[in-house]
Design a protein around this ligand. Structure first.
Ligand SMILES: [Fe+2]
Ligand SMILES: [Fe+2]
Length: 317
């Protein structure tokens, strides 16, 4: 496959699995096009034209030609300068790779991470929080994330990849959409009764079973295994953690149990106040599952996948 084809596949799989629904996402791209057309010429200069076809600002080809053929790729959750050097060592040892693929965004995909967070407004609205409240809750948090990523030295891995002649791509929200939709489907189908039963359903996925063996498996951080789960919501996409103000609203809207990748202390305390059950499914395991669903398609197209950097590789097909 070519670098550009891998990228296009990531975007289209992400759109198919988007919690907002494919029609809504297409509608948003149309709105973005109109916004662009109405821009003044000097505003257009800094506009990222990719965002007219790709609704995920954290998913980009960061360096390398789009038509470069990829026979083998090195992929991991975090691909930093160390992993770029690892690619170079592998090449020297006779396993050359053409593309380095990261889940967590690098370069301009990291700088623009905050833009995908608007997805969470629709996710909250779908769970029953009024959209005006959802937008109000998210606005301060999106500003916070924007300011947090602003001073980072976000182009280091991109620079290293360029120097050594590798293509580098980040695929973030599309993969998080894939794991979110797969797990939500499993929960809706199996309807686990208690929080403990939810964990059993999670562990049916090999990534979570493996993470449990590595000491990072699904864990209840609010509530207990014996409690009844109520309405289960998988909350794993939309860039990064949302606002801690959302938990009270979600509980009011009827959510009983949240399944997340990770949660900070500030957020955990707010969730506790609202009597939500919270299960940390596991960060690397969840990110791996999302990436694996995508990587299976690349392998089916003849690309060899070399996992590293925290990726728990498992084939489903
Ligand atoms: Fe992720
Ligand atoms: Fe992550």
């Amino acid at each position: 496959m070519k670098v550009g084809e891998i990228y296009d596949l990531a975007v289209s799989m992400g759109m198919e699995a988007d919690p907002r629904g494919l029609d809504k996402v297409r509608e948003m791209l149309e709105k973005e096009k109109k916004k662009y057309e109405e821009m003044k010429e000097d505003e257009k200069k800094d506009f990222d034209l990719e965002s007219l076809a790709n609704p995920y600002s954290d998913t980009r080809i960061l360096v390398g030609e789009w038509d470069r053929e990829v026979k083998r790729l090195l992929v991991g959750i975090d691909m930093e300068v160390g992993e770029v050097l690892l690619a170079d060592r592998l090449s020297e040892k006779g396993r050359p790779v053409e593309l380095i693929l990261s889940h967590h965004p690098e370069g301009k995909a990291l700088a623009a991470l905050y833009k995908v967070m608007h997805l969470q407004e629709d996710v909250l609205a779908q769970a029953g929080v009024p959209i005006n409240v959802a937008e109000g809750i998210m606005s301060a948090r999106i500003g916070e994330v924007k300011r947090t990523v602003l001073p980072l030295n976000h182009n280091r891995a991109v620079d290293a990849a360029r120097l050594l002649g590798y293509a580098l791509m980040s695929v973030h929200t599309p993969a998080d959409n894939l794991v979110t939709s797969a797990l939500q489907k499993a929960m809706d189908l199996k309807k686990p009764e208690t929080v403990g039963d939810v964990i059993k359903v999670l562990k049916e996925e090999p990534e979570y079973a493996e993470a449990a063996r590595l000491g990072a498996g699904p864990t209840v951080i609010v509530g207990s295994k014996e409690r009844r789960a109520g309405k289960i919501m998988v909350d794993m996409t939309g860039g990064t953690s949302g606002s801690e103000d959302a938990y009270g609203k979600l509980a009011q809207a009827g959510v009983g149990t949240l399944i997340v990748m990770h949660m900070g202390e500030k957020h955990r305390k707010e969730a506790e106040k609202s009597h939500l059950n919270v299960i940390i499914a596991g960060h690397m395991a969840s990110d791996s599952m999302g990436m694996n669903i995508f990587l299976d398609r690349l392998e089916a197209n003849g690309v060899e996948v070399v996992p590293c950097a925290g990726l728990i590789r498992h084939r489903r097909s």
